[in-house]
Design a protein around this ligand. Structure first.
Ligand SMILES: Cc1cc2nc3c(=O)[nH]c(=O)nc-3n(C[C@H](O)[C@H](O)[C@H](O)COP(=O)(O)O)c2cc1C
Length: 242
C-alpha cells in the first residue's frame, strides 16, 4: 500500500464516535483551526460554500451548549464544540463571489469555460436558489425539470426540500473532513444531531433560513467513550455492483 493510502486507512480506522473525553488532555487550538481550514476545502455544490463552522469558545456558551445538546456526555466532556451550519440564505452573496472569481480570470476573448462560468453563476444559481413564500419557483423548477426530462436526462431541481438537501449534503462533507482531520492529529470526535435546533439557532443569532447540520464534540477519547465494537451491516447489502 502507498504511504498515502495506508495513512488514510489508519485515519478511517482510528475515527470512532467517542462520547467520553479525557478531562486532563487539552486539544491544541491549532489542531482545531487546521481541521476547520481543511473542512473548507471539502467538495461542495457549485462551490457555493453555503456553510459556516461556529467554534464555541466562550466557557459560558460552552456550558450552555451542554443542555442544548440534551446533556449528552460527548457535549459535557468535550474540549471543543463546533456547530456546522448551512447558510442557504447566503446564496446571492456566494453566487456574486463566484461570478467575480470567474470575471477576474478574463483578460481577452472569453474561453468556453469562462462563458460557462458566467452563465452558471449569473443565471443557473438564481434559478436553483431563488425562493418565494408561495413556493411558486419550486413548482416552476419541477415543471421545467419534468418537461426537459421527458426526452433526455435532465437535472431534477425542485422546491424548498431540494434546496435544503443540497446545502446539507455539502455541509456534512465538510463535517466529515473536519472529523478525519481531527483523527489524523490523534484526537477524537462525536458528531451529534441530538440538540435543540431552535435554541442553538437563537443562541448563535442565526437567521431563520440557516440550519444546523450537526454539532461536533472534540477531545481525547477514552475507552469508556467507545460504546462497543464497530458494527456495520454486511458489505454485500451496501456495496451493490451493477
Ligand atoms: C449525522 C449524525 C448524527 C449523529 N448524532 C449523534 C448523537 O446525537 N449522539 C451520539 O452519541 N452519536 C451520534 N452520532 C454518531 C453515530 O451514532 C455513530 O457515527 C455511529 O454509531 C457509527 O459509529 P462510529 O462513528 O464509531 O463509526 C451521529 C452521527 C452522525 C453521522
Amino acid at each position: 500500500m502507498s504511504d498515502l493510502r495506508s495513512a488514510f486507512e489508519s485515519i478511517v480506522q482510528f475515527r470512532r464516535s467517542n462520547r467520553a473525553f479525557d478531562p486532563t488532555t487539552e486539544v491544541p487550538e491549532d489542531v482545531i483551526q487546521q481541521a476547520l481550514e481543511q473542512a473548507m476545502l471539502s467538495p461542495n455544490s457549485s462551490n457555493m460554500q453555503l456553510w459556516e463552522f461556529h467554534w464555541i469558545q466562550s466557557p459560558e456558551l460552552k456550558q450552555q451548549f451542554i443542555s442544548l445538546c440534551l446533556d449528552q456526555s460527548a457535549a459535557k466532556t468535550a474540549k471543543h464544540l463546533i456547530v456546522f451550519v448551512t447558510r442557504q440564505d447566503l446564496w446571492k452573496k456566494r453566487a456574486k463571489w463566484n461570478l467575480e472569481k470567474v470575471q477576474s480570470t478574463i483578460s481577452g476573448e472569453l474561453t468556453p469555460q469562462q462563458k460557462g462560468g458566467l452563465q452558471y453563476y449569473k443565471l443557473l444559481m438564481p434559478f436553483l436558489y431563488v425562493r418565494d413564500v408561495l413556493g411558486i419557483m419550486g413548482i416552476v423548477r419541477k415543471a421545467i425539470s419534468f418537461l426537459m426530462g421527458l426526452r433526455k436526462p435532465f437535472f431534477r431541481a425542485g422546491g424548498a426540500a431540494f434546496q435544503r438537501i443540497v446545502v446539507h449534503k455539502s455541509c456534512a462533507l465538510a463535517a466529515q473532513t473536519f472529523m478525519l482531520s481531527i483523527a489524523s492529529a490523534g484526537f477524537h470526535t462525536c458528531p451529534m444531531e441530538g440538540f435543540d435546533e431552535n435554541r442553538v439557532k437563537n443562541i448563535l443569532r442565526l437567521p431563520g433560513k440557516a440550519e444546523i447540520n450537526m454539532i461536533i464534540a472534540v477531545g481525547k477519547g477514552t475507552e469508556k467513550g467507545i460504546w462497543g465494537p464497530r458494527f456495520r451491516v454486511p458489505k454485500d447489502e451496501i456495496i451493490i455492483n451493477h
